[in-house]
Design a protein around this ligand. Structure first.
Ligand code: ADP
Ligand code: MG
Length: 681
């Protein structure tokens, strides 16, 4: 009896497996059908032939045609992965992750095996990986370790039109590598922009144009400029949702960053709640760089019947990610961009008007699967007369110290002669070299020093890697590497829910006791968490984002690995906060500022007026001398991550950069004693 029963159960199990398999198989088949319906599919043979016949090829197709997801698979099927792998670069982390996940599903393999991705501090690839998506910055680092890219048979520089800094550098490096590796295929793929320019740069490489399909898009402008684009966008979205036919298509709104997106999400929730069940369901899907991976997949889930999805996206949805089913685009006309002043060497993030090319890409997202509508929250006159044609390439609006250090460590000595597609100003190059010299990464002949070589090993900004390497001198590398990891997390560490702000602020205050500054506060958070053996409850009690902490721990391990490789001793000096702050200053001394008046500061090197960001633990303390990590420009130039320093340190740590007269206290010199500004010293 038992046998019979067992037999039946066994059969049942087998049947179940079979059923499961058929479900899985049909999902796979469905994906296969999707793949065959993409505009690139009928061009497959022509494309493969062109790749076979040419070493370098420029591929142009409308966003959503299948460039990123399909071409690597075609190449894999055609045998290009027999003796090496295909590397595909993306300017954005989220795109690399998301596309790799999609392609692994299309191929029916586990992510991280044949198909993987590699982004800074996160490598989901292995020896088996043959299709590797990665950020352009990661390819740069791979070239540092493997100058001829020997393990690759194909490099696809994707999203070339984005002209990110690393993509521009990769262009020049792969152009050189192609000369010594005749077997290497180089594909430059781009949305329908700039193709001619790419071709010219790559010695007249042929252009293959994939005909896309694009449905007509109705463009609507506002009659008058909008005073508040957030409000205008929300109102417009709700209007579409309520007045357009139920479930006829989804909405995509472009915002400039996480904060805006979170605000918009809050507003939308409030207002739809007000409508109750009187309106169809509106599903809100945010997408931005630091959105946790598990939430990213939500934007791709099909919208249930009768409901409508509203995707709140940064520029990532402009060309990097294609979301099916979008019929309405709302474009406020702004983007957050880095801007750099080569005269002062100061870099900041700014909310900037988009270019015409961007506006047209954004509009195009609504007409991919049928006729669409795009609501521009600006006037037609503004579009025609005020927007630039194209976005300035990042290389011309960024600090180049990082790139200069990488190129120097690749043995490229003369940066002025480097083959840039669009060269940066010589002033910006000079500033970068000056900074590296100030940090002692270069000697006076412009050669990489031992210190510089060590710094280049870290996938970090030069000031941050200098801080780490210098921590050795102050015997506090354990603490500094924790701070460096916390600074590199990307997402926010302090959790501040809207309805519990006071509780959260009180909890956070504990980390700032003694006005230790933002860096030490971060260290306190990390150590506090570590003491409880990385407890979830501790994060919860202290309003700390556990996800960010886990990432910090992971980054810390990786940074420690590099330090061990470089023989940088790990020592702890927790009792001496002065030593820790000195190590911070050893990296960040170029970012020093002196208290001025009211609440303003002046940067010591360039006399720019700046302020302490309101979220800083020192925002109310206003110490006389500070160093900061970065400047963000919202309404004012704000310093973020601020620590108090002593002015003597600047001269002591960077005597070649600061002289005593630079750091002399103007206030106390000009004012009679007693009337000087109150100070803690
Ligand atoms: P392109 O690179 O030409 O812009 P992609 O290869 O990125 O085009 O996208 C092709 C199609 O694959 C898209 O239209 C979309 O339907 C689908 N797709 C791409 N990425 C994802 C993803 N992460 N999740 C679900 N579908 C995706
Ligand atoms: Mg793409």
């Amino acid at each position: 009896r038992a046998d019979i029963k067992g037999g039946v159960d066994g059969n049942e199990e087998a049947n179940q497996k079979k059923r499961l398999k058929s479900v899985v198989k049909s999902a796979y088949e469905r994906l296969l059908e999707d793949r065959k319906s993409l505009p690139i599919y009928p061009e497959k043979e022509r494309l493969l032939k062109a790749i076979e016949d040419n070493q370098i090829l420029v591929i142009v197709a409308e966003t959503g045609s299948g460039k990123t997801t399909q071409i690597p698979q075609y190449l894999h099927e055609a045998g290009y992965t027999k003796h090496g792998k295909i590397g595909v670069t993306q300017p954005r982390r989220v795109a690399a992750m998301s596309v790799a996940a999609r392609v692994s599903r299309e191929m029916g393999v586990k992510l991280g095996q044949q198909v993987g991705y590699s982004i800074r501090f996160e490598d989901r690839s292995c020896e088996k990986t043959v299709i590797k998506y990665m950020t352009d910055g990661m390819l740069l680092r791979e070239i540092l370790g493997e100058p001829d890219l020997a393990s690759y048979t194909v490099v696809m520089v994707d999203e070339a039109h984005e002209r990110s800094l690393s993509t521009d550098i990769v262009f020049s490096l792969v152009k050189d590598i192609a000369k010594v590796r005749p077997d290497l295929k180089v594909l430059i793929s781009s949305a329908t922009m700039d193709a001619q320019k790419f071709s010219e740069y790559f010695d007249s490489a042929p252009i293959i144009d994939i005909p896309g399909r694009r449905f007509p898009v109705e463009i609507h402008y506002t009659e008058a400029p909008e005073a508040d684009y957030m409000d205008a966008a929300i109102v417009r979205a709700l209007q579409i949702h309520v007045t357009e036919p139920q479930g006829d298509g989804d909405i995509l709104i472009f915002f400039t960053g996480q904060e805006e997106i979170e605000t918009a999400e809050e507003f939308l929730k409030q207002r739809t709640r007000g409508f109750g069940s009187k309106i169809p369901e509106l599903i809100i899907c945010p997408i931005y760089a630091n959105l946790p991976t598990e939430l990213q997949a939500k934007i791709f889930q099909p919208t249930p019947d009768g409901a409508r999805k509203v995707v709140l996206a940064t520029n990532i949805a402009e060309t990097s990610l294609t979301i099916d089913g979008i019929k309405y685009v709302i474009d406020p006309g702004f983007v957050k961009l880095k801007s750099y002043n080569p005269r002062t060497g100061m870099e900041s993030l700014q909310i900037t008007a988009i270019s015409k090319a961007s506006a047209n890409q954004r509009a195009g997202r609504s007409g991919r699967t049928g006729p669409g509508k795009c609501y521009r929250l600006y006037t037609e006159d503004y579009y025609l007369n005020d927007l630039c044609d194209n976005t300035v390439p990042e290389i011309q609006r960024t600090n180049l110290a990082n790139v200069a250090l990488s190129l120097k460590s690749l043995g490229i000595d003369d940066l002025v002669e480097f083959d840039f597609m669009d060269p940066p100003s010589s002033q910006a190059l000079l500033k970068a070299l000056e900074l590296l010299f100030a940090l002692n990464a270069l000697n006076k002949f412009g050669e990489l020093t031992k210190l510089g070589r060590q710094m280049a090993e870290f996938p970090l900004d030069p000031m941050l890697s200098k801080m780490i390497v210098a921590s050795n001198i102050y015997k506090c590398s354990e603490e500094i590497v924790s701070i460096a990891a916390m600074l590199s997390v990307g997402g926010s560490i302090f959790y501040r829910p809207k309805n519990k702000k006071v509780h959260a602020d009180n909890a956070h205050q504990n980390f700032h006791v003694g006005n230790v500054g933002d860096h030490i506060a971060m260290l306190n958070v990390y150590n506090g968490w570590k003491e409880t053996e990385f407890s979830t409850q501790w994060c919860y009690d202290n309003f700390i984002q556990e996800r960010s902490m886990k990432r910090a721990r992971d980054i810390r391990d990786q940074l420690k690995g590099i330090m061990e490789r470089l023989d940088i001793e790990l020592t702890s000096n927790l009792g001496d906060l002065g030593a820790i702050k000195k190590a911070i200053t050893a990296g960040y001394f170029p970012n020093s500022a002196k208290f001025q008046m009211d609440r303003s500061y002046r940067t010591i090197k360039n006399a720019q007026t700046v302020y302490i960001h309101p979220s800083s633990g020192l925002a109310e303390v206003l110490p006389r001398y500070v160093v900061y990590n970065e400047l963000v420009d919202t309404s004012k130039e704000y310093m973020r991550q601020v620590s108090e320093i002593k002015r003597e340190w600047l001269v002591e740590i960077a005597p070649h950069y600061y002289q005593l007269k630079d750091v002399e206290d103007l206030a106390s010199r000009k004012m009679p004693r007693g009337e000087g500004l109150s100070s803690k010293h």
